[in-house]
Design a protein around this ligand. Structure first.
Ligand SMILES: CSC[C@H]1O[C@H](OP(=O)(O)O)[C@H](O)[C@@H]1O
Length: 348
């Protein structure tokens, strides 16, 4: 079954993306015509999710270079560097953003002997390829992880690691979808995922579109359901995974992992290799994005706290590898000690 939506698409002179801040009530696609607009879309989570942010970054670089001057090489190169820096400054945690910019930088470097017009064409082709590859990678993650799910399982997921967090098919939801497409009778509990409610707004919307049974719960309900034996597996996405397997994901994921550990429920992370950061060997090195406290004190623009109350708004937390039963990638399921499997996957 094709995705019932297209997360992001290159359209020649603009990028078309589904504005995820409007879901579930409005399914609206917007046209991104400048780097400023792409950076704004990434920062305000109109496009979000580590792999999707990576594809958006590739497309943002290619888009920004369309109007770069071709008659002045120094200006052309300066423009490229400025675009990469601007996109890299949007959100700090998802490593896919930086991996994507690095991918475009390597291409730009390799093509340095070519004419500007040719380089522009190469950047566009690379951005289009990035979107297509991400979709295939997610389908492979689904195939690698689906047998971890048993017929009759109820699975808990947190935030949204579905088709809309990627260029299609999803990571955590991709595994769930692949098991469902095998014919397994499964159900999903979706944490609402405060403060931006990616779970209630996006995961529930996606799973209903795929006819996968989903029940929305508050973030504070998960423990009680585990205590009553109503959850058999947990599968979440990731934004950055250290080489020892420590995984950064949406705030609240760590709490779910501790609860799952206590209740002896397998806790899985699903992510492409591009989310594994080879440069760090511990989750303590992952920079956690801190966002506007108004996202906590307001819901839909309505204030739900005293106007002058202090609010903490960490967008992610880190789950130590000891709490992770397996990390599902397009190359297979890595198990602790994760380094060993990661080294094998990257050597292929
Ligand atoms: C497949 S990566 C999804 C990952 O990204 C989300 O963060 P955000 O919505 O802030 O971009 C969340 O951590 C998801 O698990």
């Amino acid at each position: 079954m094709e995705d019932p939506f297209r997360t992001i698409e290159w359209k020649g002179d603009h990028i078309r993306l589904l504005d995820q801040t409007l879901l579930p009530s409005r399914e609206e696609y917007i046209a991104i015509r400048t780097v400023d607009e792409m950076c704004d879309a990434i920062y305000r989570l109109a496009v979000r999710g580590a792999p999707a942010i990576g594809v958006a970054a590739c497309m943002g670089v290619a888009l920004g270079m369309l109007t770069a001057p071709e008659d002045n090489r120094e200006e052309f190169d300066t423009r490229f560097k400025a675009i990469c820096a601007q996109i890299s400054a949007t959100r700090p945690t998802a490593v896919n953003l930086f991996w994507a910019v690095e991918r475009m930088e390597k291409l730009f470097q390799a093509a340095s002997g070519m004419a500007p017009a040719q380089i522009k064409e190469l950047l566009v082709a690379e951005a289009i390829a990035a979107e297509r590859e991400d979709r295939t990678i997610c389908e492979n993650i689904g195939l690698m992880g689906r047998d971890l799910i048993d017929d009759g399982d109820t699975i808990l997921t947190h935030c949204n690691a579905g088709g809309l967090a990627t260029a299609g098919y999803g990571t955590a939801l991709g595994v769930i979808r692949a098991a469902f497409e095998q014919g397994k009778k499964i159900k999903v509990f979706s944490d609402e995922t405060r403060p931006l409610n990616q779970g209630s707004r996006i995961t529930c919307w996606e799973l209903q579109k795929l006819a996968i049974p989903v029940t929305l719960i508050t973030d504070s309900t998960a423990g009680s359901l585990m205590q009553r034996g109503l959850i058999q597996k947990v599968i979440v996405g990731a934004d950055r995974i250290a080489f020892n397997g420590d995984a950064a994901n949406k705030i609240g994921t760590y709490s779910v992992a501790v609860l799952a550990h206590y209740h002896k429920i397998p806790f899985y992370v699903a992510a492409p290799l591009s989310t594994i950061d080879k440069k760090i060997d511990s989750g303590t090195q992952i920079r956690i994005e801190e966002r506007d406290p108004c996202e906590v004190t307001h819901i839909g623009g309505i204030c739900v706290a005293p106007s002058d109350v202090r609010a903490l708004n960490y967008a992610f937390d880190v789950t130590p590898h000891e709490l992770i039963a397996g990390i599902i990638t397009e190359c297979g399921v890595a198990r602790d000690p994760f380094v060993k499997d990661f080294e094998s996957f990257f050597s292929r």
